[in-house]
Design a protein around this ligand. Structure first.
Ligand SMILES: [Zn+2]
Length: 236
């Protein structure tokens, strides 16, 4: 019987590596699957891991239909035993509903991998739907670390090196031209064109204190009223 499994964790905890590993394991076992991703760091239609592995995948745009895609493939005589879905935080709730339907009505195993919460610590809409619908949810054991050495559990966004807590939920970092990628939005609007957007994982304490690694190194910590520098001094 097929199942709907959700694997989650913050950035930098090996999620894409896991997605590729799941696909490899099932392919080696003689099963046939399809890979999906959305806005991977390597570009469209590729799943890439920080360890250097990469595989072609189907790009999931806001209007993409998992149900339509799989039914078309099956109708054309293809075999699909499972799907591996990476970067699921960018999927719409309707697409997640579609994934559950694949499990229940077509007996296709679904492995969903993605981030749970955004840079403001709120659930992504697609991630919320995954929590609501999946058969099992697993928090990845490969743990990312904050600069202080604690477990990194929260994603921080920086603009030109400074942590921000306001802005659109989805802004992809590390690209030349930055755009508002709001699902279903109209013309992409340039967002702070010259700004460099990046992400960093922090422990909850340092996310709340807005203290990134570079801010801590710059000595800003000393000017803040909370006891946020403990742990960091030991790292020098
Ligand atoms: Zn920390």
């Amino acid at each position: 019987m097929a199942s709907f499994r959700y694997f989650t964790g913050p950035m930098d905890c090996g999620k894409s590596t896991l997605a590729l590993q799941i696909d490899h394991t099932h392919t080696a076992g003689g099963r046939r699957g399809r890979l999906f991703t959305s806005r991977d760091r390597a570009g469209e239609a590729i799943i890439s891991s920080r360890l250097g592995l990469r595989r072609p995948a189907v790009e999931v745009h806001p209007a993409f239909s998992f149900w339509g895609y799989v039914v078309d493939q099956l109708s054309a005589g293809a075999r699909i035993d499972y799907v591996v879905c990476d970067e699921t935080q960018f999927y719409t709730p309707a697409q997640v509903d579609d994934l559950a339907r694949l499990v229940d009505e077509l007996d296709v195993d679904v492995f969903a991998v993605g981030i749970l919460t955004d840079f403001q610590t709120h659930l992504f809409p697609g991630s919320r739907r995954l929590v609501e619908l999946c058969d099992s949810m697993e928090v990845l054991q490969v743990e990312a670390l904050c600069w202080c050495g604690r477990r990194a559990t929260h994603n921080a966004r920086t603009v030109d090196g400074l942590m921000v807590v306001e802005g659109d939920q989805v802004v992809v970092g590390d690209i030349e031209q930055l755009h508002d990628l709001e699902p279903g939005g109209e013309e992409p609007a340039p967002v702070a064109q010259a700004a460099v957007v990046a992400y960093e994982v922090l422990c909850r304490r340092h996310h709340r204190a807005r203290l990134t690694r570079s801010a801590a190194q710059a000595g800003l910590a000393e000017t803040l009223p909370f006891g946020t520098t403990e742990g960091w001094e030991g790292q020098q």
